[in-house]
Every structure is written in structure tokens, then in C-alpha cells.
Design a protein around this ligand. Structure first.
Ligand code: ATP
Ligand code: MG
Length: 277
């Protein structure tokens, strides 16, 4: 552990030249999307990057984990998606880190799919709003978009607004269930809505090194995604699941726990691969 910590402290975590907009997606529920999005966002901020997290899930778990109040009355990603609110007036600073901000979500977002359904350019609402915001925020290095567990219009907006897709995969039975449908959807988005979209990263979550099952899932995932699967895997760890209860990421809550170190190592790998590409 001490060695991993020292290596991280002396690590080269290069900043990207252009803003990387990474949408974290898997229509399977509970695989670690939110946990991955908030902990990577916090890891990058800690490493000196300016980071925005967009919470696009009505559950608002990412907002909670970043210590942001998201009761029904605040302006939120709902107002951006439905009422034309600007992102600039809607983001909040996260108490996690001065370089980290969050566009929170509220429960109102649960109706957004239906409200968007009949509009023109309904697939591009987030992209248009984010492009406006990025004109003012050229200093932003990373944007993470936390998606709900579905492939509805909110997730399609996330795909359209992003430059990259990251898929978290839980080290469990049926880990790859639904992945074919997800890849088909990404392919269709690339063909029709966002040709630049790059499936850049696959990350294994809740990995238990003691079980054969976890190793089998890891092998299978690496076979499917030889280019995209990170070397770093995220271990199953109680500290990771406790942190949101304190309105914190594990990177802040217990920086030297195995989960925190793994997320920081994953951030390093993502930064280095990004520069290499
Ligand atoms: P949803 O589809 O509902 O949005 P999700 O894909 O965002 O879910 P998370 O909310 O990140 O998944 O994680 C699901 C549950 O697993 C949470 O209770 C979380 O605390 C727990 N969890 C995530 N990663 C880990 C980990 N590495 N170790 C232990 N628990 C974890
Ligand atoms: Mg989630």
C-alpha cells in the first residue's frame, strides 16, 4: 500500500489539451457507474485537473456523493434539459475539491424523457448546452456524465454530448449481459448522431481477487475489449460503499484505502492513455 501511494505521488498525470467529455454508461443497474464517475472526477481534481460532473440520473446519487444538495427546488440538469437553462448558472462547487464542480440532478429529471420525446433536436439538448459552457470554460480538462441505467433519451443526450464512452462492468455473473445491445446503440449513435464518439474505456468494478469468478470475468472482458479494458481494476471494498453516506467520494473519505488508490491509479491510466492516443 505504501508503495502504491508513493508511486501515485510521483506519477506523471498529464492534463489533456482539449476537454475530454466522458459519458459513463451501462444500462444494467448497480454496476458502479456513479461510484466510478464521482471517484474518477475527484481523483482527477486531486491530480490538478479542472473537472465537471454532470448528473443525468434522476436518482441524483452522484450529486449526493459530491456533497451537493439536490432537493426538488434547486436548479438542476432538469432545467438545462427542459427549460433551456444555461449550465453556467446551474453548476455548483463541490466541497470535495476546489477544482471540482457538479451539475446536480433532481427527481424532476424522471419525467424528462417523456417531455423531450416530441421536441426537435431532442438528441442534442445537452450537447448544445455543453458547447456553450465550454466556450467559457476552456480551462476545463474533464467532464464526466453520469447516466441512468437505461438507453433512453437522457443517455442518448449523453452520448451525443460526449467525446468518449466509458463502460463500467461489475465482476459478477452475467457481467457481459446487455453489452451487445449497448455496443449496438453506441454504433448507431456513431453512425447517425455523433461520429466522433469513441468507446475508449472499460473498467472492472467490485472486483474480488479471491474468487475465480472475478478472474474469469476479467479474462472475458479483456478478450472482448483488449484495447479499452484498463489494467487497473476496482476492488470491492466497504469503504467505497460507505463514502456516499458522508457526502464524500472514497478518494476524500479514506484516501489510502484500496478503493481510493485504485480509482487514483485508474485516473492515471486514463490520463496517460488519452495523451498516447
Ligand atoms: P444505478 O444503475 O442505480 O445508477 P450504478 O451503476 O451507478 O447504479 P453505483 O450506484 O455506483 O452503481 O453502485 C451500486 C452499489 O454498489 C452502491 O451501493 C455502491 O455503493 C456499491 N459499490 C460500487 N462500487 C463498489 C465497490 N468497489 N466496493 C463496494 N461497493 C461498491
Ligand atoms: Mg448510478
Amino acid at each position: 500500500m505504501a508503495r502504491r501511494r508513493r508511486e501515485l505521488e510521483s506519477a506523471d498525470i498529464p492534463l489533456p489539451r482539449d476537454t475530454r467529455v466522458i459519458t459513463v454508461v451501462n444500462q444494467k443497474g448497480g454496476v458502479g457507474k456513479t461510484t466510478t464517475a464521482v471517484n474518477l472526477a475527484a481523483s482527477f481534481a486531486q491530480a490538478g485537473a479542472n473537472v465537471l460532473l454532470i448528473d443525468l440520473d434522476p436518482q441524483g446519487n452522484a450529486s449526493t456523493a459530491l456533497g451537493i444538495d439536490h432537493h426538488a427546488d434547486i436548479v438542476s440538469s432538469y432545467d438545462v434539459m427542459i427549460d433551456g437553462a444555461e449550465i453556467a448558472g446551474t453548476v455548483q462547487a463541490s466541497p470535495e475539491d476546489e477544482r471540482l464542480s457538479c451539475l446536480p440532478s433532481t427527481i424532476h429529471l424522471a419525467g424528462a424523457d417523456l417531455e423531450l420525446a416530441t421536441r426537435d433536436r431532442r438528441e442534442f439538448v445537452l450537447r448544445d448546452a455543453l458547447q456553450d459552457y465550454l466556450m467559457e470554460r476552456e480551462d476545463l480538462h474533464y467532464v464526466f456524465i453520469d447516466c441512468p441505467p437505461s438507453l433512453g433519451l437522457l443517455t442518448i443526450n449523453a452520448f451525443t454530448a460526449a467525446t468518449e464512452v466509458m463502460i463500467p462492468i461489475q465482476s459478477e455473473y452475467y457481467a457481459l449481459e446487455g453489452v451487445t445491445q449497448l455496443l449496438d446503440t453506441i454504433h448507431r449513435i456513431q453512425q447517425h448522431l455523433n461520429p466522433q464518439l469513441d468507446l475508449s474505456t472499460v473498467v472492472l468494478t467490485m472486483y474480488d481477487g479471491r474468487t475465480i469468478l472475478s478472474k474469469q470475468v476479467a479474462d472475458e472482458v479483456r478478450k472482448h475489449f483488449p484495447e479499452q479494458a484498463l489494467e487497473t481494476v476496482i476492488p470491492r471494498s466497504v469503504r467505497v460503499s460507505e463514502a456516499p453516506g458522508f457526502g464524500q467520494t472514497v478518494v476524500t473519505y479514506d484516501p489510502n484505502s484500496p478503493g481510493a488508490l485504485s480509482y487514483r491509479e485508474a485516473a492515471k491510466e486514463i490520463a496517460q492513455r488519452g495523451v498516447a492516443r
